[in-house]
Design a binder for this molecule. Sequence first.
Ligand SMILES: C[S@@+](CC[C@H](N)C(=O)[O-])C[C@H]1O[C@@H](n2cnc3c(N)ncnc32)[C@H](O)[C@@H]1O
Length: 221
Amino acid sequence: MDNSRFADQLRRGCEALGVSVGEDVPERLYRLMGELLKWNAKVNLTAITAPEEVLEKHFLDSLAVLPEVEGATSVLDVGAGAGFPGLPLKMARSGLAVTMVDAVGKKVGYLKAVVTVPGLGLAGTKAVHTRAEGRPEAEGLPRADRVLARAFMDLPDWLDLAPAYLAPGGHVVAMLGKALGEEALRQEAGKRGLELVSARAYRLPFSQAERQVAAFKKRAE
Ligand SMILES: C[S@@+](CC[C@H](N)C(=O)[O-])C[C@H]1O[C@@H](n2cnc3c(N)ncnc32)[C@H](O)[C@@H]1O
């Protein structure tokens, strides 16, 4: 897929998702895809390698959570793997302080390298090699306004772990596959002293795959 077809498809996908990104973001994501596929030939980062799928399943799927991130100044992406959703979010909102953490050293090696590639707009993005177990200070991880993860843990385990990394007033964001009812989300939240802030079900624009994103905050905040 050439650069202009990629950019066109990315724009159409963003429009369908109702998210907006700057004019130069498609071009920078195209270059990020080049880095990802180049590294993936040496280091196992992702099983998704067809450009159409990287565009939708990695890039658009990451950008789809922009509405839940708006207004935040910092994001912690736990179990970031090859940088999803952290890298596309940073590209789309350059003012965001993004920290990505992963337990696998070679993935973090890629993340640390890719954020220094000139022109990608990822400068200042942090990548930390550690196992996130809910002890931010000991793990060298910041507390953040949005603590999010994709394909990392089941919702109950995520809601047990993630609040430890919240800055005051922050939200835990859960990226889910099949949608859960709001009552089920509220129940899981309530068991952990959390409140449901929002829940939004949508489909990815080309494959129509189902997604849901839910945000939670600590009760009485
Ligand atoms: C299925 S991958 C998802 C990667 C990325 N978020 C995505 O959606 O493409 C899960 C990642 O979590 C990492 N991981 C698993 N347990 C972890 C932990 N306790 N702390 C940090 N990373 C962890 C794994 O190394 C892996 O890269």
